[in-house]
Each structure stands twice: as structure tokens, then as C-alpha cells.
Design a binder for this molecule. Structure first.
Ligand code: ATP
Ligand code: MG
Length: 617
């Protein structure tokens, strides 16, 4: 085994990051120049979507799409929602409306998942989801190009071909989901080859943002202080609390032997479908289910989808403005009920007993839905409890890596981090042991960090491998250990064992970005191509490629034509694995001809991963 460095031949002039979120999406960009090479001097331009939304400046638009009767996207974001809600009863134009569809990208998204497909999109499946994501990305892509061109940078020789794009993805996404995202980007017209389009995990981007903008101002009313990035070896956990997912990763600041402004991942990315949108789903299932009765709710979801959606949006409006009080033992409590106005058309459709019940709960006022403080807390607890468990699990992994050096910190980012209830629950559970902090603008952390990452991907020095990766090969036969069925003699008469798992990197091992690991095998058959199977498993020490838990994640078709006439002992194939990017690159090289083949990897789903994905319900 040997190591060598790889160079990225593509040098961007502009870097653009896209944060495609479950709830909201946006983009931001920076120009590449000597003046901007130092992260702290870099100026990042955020696209402001406030005009369509509300009063506070906000870098994201809603992730919603309105499609016409032919299924073509006609409006996005706040505009799509406005037009959908203005549609008259019965949806005469045959529009379809989609929100929260990011989480339905995977073919086997759990039934309890949160996408909202209304009108002609009702019952949409994941092929529609891919189309919607591509349409939304295309819209962000063209808007970004227009924005950039509209600035003076257009005059200095800017061209779309000088841009490096970076799209953020949840840390818990599997390789096949990431591939689907890349495909959607390609369908949107974004150059999708690996050098022009990077994918970065959302909490990782947030970690970069927090570490690079050291001295980040933290919430003024929370006196915990600033992120300590001064002590080399300090570590911090980033908890990205979004609409769809809560993603967690842990980092060490300036690990030994590494320069300034560098981070290394020390945990294993974890998280779950625990975002704030699940609170809304519980609002519909639990609160509306309780008030209307399950049967009536089911019928109303079909007969009055716009009104139910409007009710949910009103709840969303309350939710983001809620403020919890801190009880004597540190437990957050809500003290005020929520009072939501019920759309007239919906009220008229309710049964008489339901109307009477609602009126009674609303202190005699009709057209109102009152949600009591203990119900509000229960809705939050539907995800908060499991978020705490996931953080606990991550702390355990990190502590297994050795004692704390410097300061131990939890940084909360993402829109859901604004929830005082969630923050207080985290502080209550972990506050004695760690400092819980939040950047002043948790909403831009992912986007800003992704721009920094696209500018200088080496900012992340190392990552932890989520799985043990390797390839299939024959190894010397171990008498008494290897199964008889796998035994064979090779052309030299040596006793060999088939189907062995050659480990390239173990689960949890630290891999440095850009570092290439090389291994060499001898090819048995003298054919012009050779299919090398690539495998992954949770096991630390897999022996055979077909043992329980091992899954084929791809195949590299190596070009071995140069070695066809070479005698077996010298029929060498070198295999290079580049780990540490957000994807894995595998290259083979025929030793005789020097012909290289990059992996055309067809990623498949790892069944083992499903078990770990803590799904709602
Ligand atoms: N005070 C609050 N309490 C609870 N949730 C909140 C609050 N403020 C914002 N949110 C939620 O934050 C979410 C938006 O956050 P963010 O923009 O980070 O999500 P996203 O990036 O779209 O989602 P993801 O990263 O999961 O794909 C919305 O679901 C919103 O309801
Ligand atoms: Mg997000």
C-alpha cells in the first residue's frame, strides 16, 4: 500500500452554494480571488428572498412548487403557495401543489413521511419527486446565473463555465440518495461532474461556517459565550435542526499537525427524520385527529385539502413564534394556548358535534381551534425526545475517542434551532457537561459554510468512514478457517480462497481528504475487462463478501486489455481509492498498459443503513 496526493485541475472563478432544504431553499456565492483566499476576508453574497416572504431578511424561499395541468412547474416558493391558496374551490385549473418533498426522494420513503402533495399531485411518487427537485434546482440555477451576471463580475470575463457549484445534503443520506441528488442537479442543467459540483453534508457546512467565522456572535440573551476555536484540539458537535432532518456531526478544531482554520470530523455523522415539519405532521394527525375524529379528518383531507393546508400553515405561523418559559427545574413549559382561526369553508364542512366541541374549547367562540399548552409541549416532544437520544449517542461515540481536550461544545443551527423549547431541553440535558451555543443567524450557517467549502474543500481535513469499505478478491487459503467451498488452486498452484473481503478502510477510521490509498491485485482471468465488486458493511472485520451485513455497493469495470498476454504472476491491477470527499472515487490501472478506469459505480441501498435511520412514528 502506498499513498500519493491528487490535484483538482478545475479552478473555479466563482463558487455558488445551494441549500436545498425541506422547508426552505436558497443560494449564496463568492468570487475566487487572492483577496478572498483568507476565509475571514471572504465576502459572501446571499440571495435575499424576503420580499416574497415577510419582514425579516431571510436567505431562503419556501421549497414549494405549483404545477399546471400538464405537470409543468409554473411557480415556486412563496409565490407558489400564494397562488395555490388563491385557487378557488374545486381546483378548476387542475393545479398541483407540492411542499416538503425533499424527504420523499428515496424510493422507499416511509409511509409516515411528511411530503405534502395536493391537487393534481395527490398521490405523487418518487419519480415525480425527482422531477420536482430538478425543476426547483433549475429555478435556483437560472436565478443564480442571472444574479451573478447582473453584478459587475459579469464584466470581468465571468462565464457559467467558471463556476463551481455545491449542493448541501443531509448527513444521514445514503450514497444512492446523494446520487439521486446529483442526477436531479444534472437534469436541472447544473454541470454535474465531480469537480464542478460538490455535495457537502449540511452539518459539515454549518461546522465550517462556525469555525471560520470564529468570534461568531451568539445570541445576546444567552450568555453562554462564543464558540471557542482558540484551543487546538477543542471539539464541537453541530446539531443542524431543519425542517426535515436533524443532522449531527462532531469536529475537532485544528487537530495536531494541521494548520489554521482546519477541521477534522471525529464522530460518525448521525441524525434522523426529526425536523420541525414532523411537529406539523403530528399537529394534523394528533390535534386535528382528536378534534375532528379520525374518520372526519380523513374525509376532510380529501374534500378540503386547501383549507387543511391553510390550517396547518396557521399552526406553523404560531409555532415559529412560540416562546417557552423555563420551569424551576429547567424544564421548558408553554404557558399560553394557541388560538387558530378555522377557515370558513372548513368550518361549514365540520359536523355539528365537532363544531360544538371546538366552540366549547375556544371559550364560546366559533371558528376557532384552541391548542392547549400541554398539547403544544407534546407536539414538540414527538421529536425532541429522540433528538436528545441521538445527541447522547453521538456524545458516546466521541467520548470513546478519548478524553475532552479544551472545550466541549454543542452548536445548534438550522431554523428549528430557534425553538426555545428545543434549546432549553438540550441545555437541561447536557448543559452541565457542555456549552450550548447558537450563531446569531443559524439560518445562514449551512449556506455560508457551503460557500466556504466550495471555495476551499480542504477546509475539512478528515472524515470518518461510516462503513467498512472494500472489494472482493482471492487471498491465500487458510486451512481450518476458510470454508472448503471457496478453496481453489491458482495458475501457480497456490492454495487460494475466493470471495474474500479486502478491507480498504474500516468503519470509524479517519480518512484524510484527497489522500489516495492504493492496493494491488493479480487478475486471474486473461480477459480484456475485469469486474471488480465493491462492498460495504457495518462490521469492523469482514472476512467474506457474502457474509451477513455485507452489501455490494458498486462495480468498477477495469480495462485489463493491456495484460491479456502477460503471464499471470505479472498481471497486476492497481486499485486507487479516494476517500474523504463526500463521495468515493475508485480508479483501476492496468500495470502493463497504464490504462486507467474510473469507477462507474452504481450505488445500491445498504439494507443495514435503513435500520439505523430513525424514522418517525
Ligand atoms: N421557533 C421555532 N420552533 C420550531 N420550529 C421552528 C422555529 N423556527 C423555525 N422553525 C422550523 O425550522 C424549519 C426551517 O429550518 P431550516 O431552514 O433550517 O430547514 P431546511 O433547511 O429547509 O430543512 P432540512 O435541512 O431539514 O432539509 C421549518 O420547518 C420551521 O418550522
Ligand atoms: Mg437545512
Amino acid at each position: 500500500m502506498g499513498k500519493s496526493a491528487v490535484r483538482d485541475p478545475f479552478v473555479p472563478k466563482i463558487v455558488v452554494a445551494i441549500d436545498f432544504g425541506t422547508h426552505g431553499s436558497g443560494f449564496a456565492w463568492a468570487t475566487v480571488s487572492d483577496l478572498q483566499d483568507l476565509a475571514k476576508h471572504r465576502s459572501i453574497v446571499y440571495k435575499d428572498f424576503t420580499a416574497q416572504g415577510g419582514s425579516n431578511s431571510y436567505p431562503k424561499d419556501l421549497t414549494t412548487v405549483l404545477v399546471d395541468v400538464h405537470g409543468e412547474a409554473v411557480a415556486f416558493g412563496f409565490e407558489a403557495r400564494r397562488r395555490w391558496q388563491a385557487e378557488s374551490r374545486g381546483n378548476p385549473n387542475g393545479f398541483g401543489y407540492a411542499a416538503r418533498f425533499k424527504m420523499a426522494l428515496r424510493a422507499d420513503a416511509p409511509p409516515a413521511d411528511v411530503p405534502r402533495f395536493l391537487g393534481s399531485l395527490a398521490g405523487a411518487d418518487h419519480t415525480v419527486v425527482r422531477k420536482l427537485i430538478a425543476a426547483y434546482l433549475r429555478r435556483l440555477y437560472t436565478t443564480a446565473l442571472q444574479e451573478i451576471e447582473a453584478t459587475s463580475f459579469g464584466g470581468i470575463g465571468f462565464s457559467a463555465q467558471h463556476i463551481r457549484w455545491c449542493i448541501t445534503v443531509p448527513a444521514i443520506w445514503t450514497d444512492s440518495e446523494k446520487r439521486a441528488m446529483r442526477d436531479a442537479a444534472k437534469a436541472a442543467g447544473i454541470p454535474s461532474d465531480e469537480e464542478r459540483l460538490l455535495l457537502v453534508s449540511e452539518p459539515e457546512a454549518a461546522a465550517v461556517y462556525c469555525a471560520l467565522t470564529s468570534g461568531t456572535l451568539l445570541e445576546p440573551d444567552r450568555p453562554e459565550g462564543r464558540l471557542s476555536v482558540e484551543t487546538p484540539g477543542s471539539r464541537f458537535m453541530v446539531v443542524d435542526c431543519g425542517g426535515g432532518t436533524v443532522d449531527i456531526t462532531s469536529y475537532q478544531i485544528r487537530p495536531e499537525g494541521v494548520g489554521d482554520d482546519r477541521l477534522a470530523e471525529i464522530g460518525i455523522a448521525d441524525g434522523g427524520r426529526l425536523g420541525s415539519a414532523y411537529i406539523n405532521q403530528h399537529f394534523v394527525d394528533e390535534v386535528l385527529g382528536d378534534r375532528f375524529g379520525d374518520e372526519e379528518l380523513k374525509a376532510l383531507l380529501v374534500s378540503h385539502p386547501q383549507e387543511i393546508a391553510a390550517l396547518e400553515d396557521r399552526w406553523e405561523g404560531w409555532k415559529v413564534g412560540l416562546h417557552s418559559e423555563t420551569g424551576p427545574d429547567g424544564t421548558p413549559v408553554f404557558t399560553m394556548p394557541c388560538d387558530i382561526e378555522v377557515p370558513g369553508r372548513l368550518w361549514e364542512a365540520l359536523s355539528q358535534p365537532t363544531r360544538e366541541r371546538l366552540t366549547e374549547l375556544a371559550y364560546g367562540e366559533p371558528y376557532h381551534l384552541v391548542i392547549l399548552p400541554h398539547e403544544i409541549a407534546a407536539l414538540h416532544e414527538s421529536v425532541v425526545g429522540r433528538i436528545l437520544e441521538t445527541i447522547e449517542g453521538q456524545r458516546r461515540i466521541v467520548l470513546d475517542n478519548g478524553p475532552v481536550k479544551g472545550v466541549d461544545q454543542i452548536i445548534m443551527v438550522g431554523g428549528f434551532a430557534r425553538s426555545t423549547y428545543l434549546r432549553d431541553r438540550i441545555a437541561q440535558r447536557f448543559g452541565g457537561k457542555v456549552t450550548v451555543i447558537m450563531p446569531q443567524d443559524p439560518a445562514v450557517a449551512v449556506l455560508g459554510g457551503a460557500v466556504h467549502f466550495a471555495y476551499d474543500p480542504a477546509v475539512i481535513r478528515g472524515r470518518r468512514s461510516k462503513f467498512t469499505y472494500g472489494f472482493e478478491c482471492a487471498m491465500s487459503y487458510r486451512e481450518g478457517t476458510d470454508p472448503e467451498g471457496l478453496h481453489f488452486r491458482d495458475e501457480l498452484g497456490d492454495d487460494m480462497c475466493n470471495d474474500r473481503f479486502h478491507v480498504m478502510v474500516k468503519r470509524g477510521a479517519q480518512v484524510t481528504v484527497g489522500e489516495v490509498v492504493k492496493a494491488t491485485i493479480r487478475v486471474q482471468s486473461s480477459s480484456v475487462v475485469f469486474d471488480l465488486g465493491l462492498f460495504a458493511t457495518y462490521s469492523d472485520d469482514p472476512q467474506y463478501i457474502n457474509e451477513a451485513g455485507c452489501e455490494r455497493v458498486g462495480t468498477v469495470t477495469a480495462d485489463t486489455s493491456g495484460s491479456v498476454k502477460v503471464p499471470f504472476p505479472k498481471r497486476y491491477l492497481d486499485i486507487y481509492y479516494t476517500f474523504g470527499g463526500t463521495e468515493i472515487a475508485i480508479e483501476t490501472q492496468d500495470r502493463t498498459s497504464g490504462v486507467r478506469r474510473k469507477a462507474t459505480i452504481e450505488f445500491t441501498e445498504l439494507h443495514g443503513r435503513r435500520g439505523r435511520d430513525r424514522t418517525g412514528g
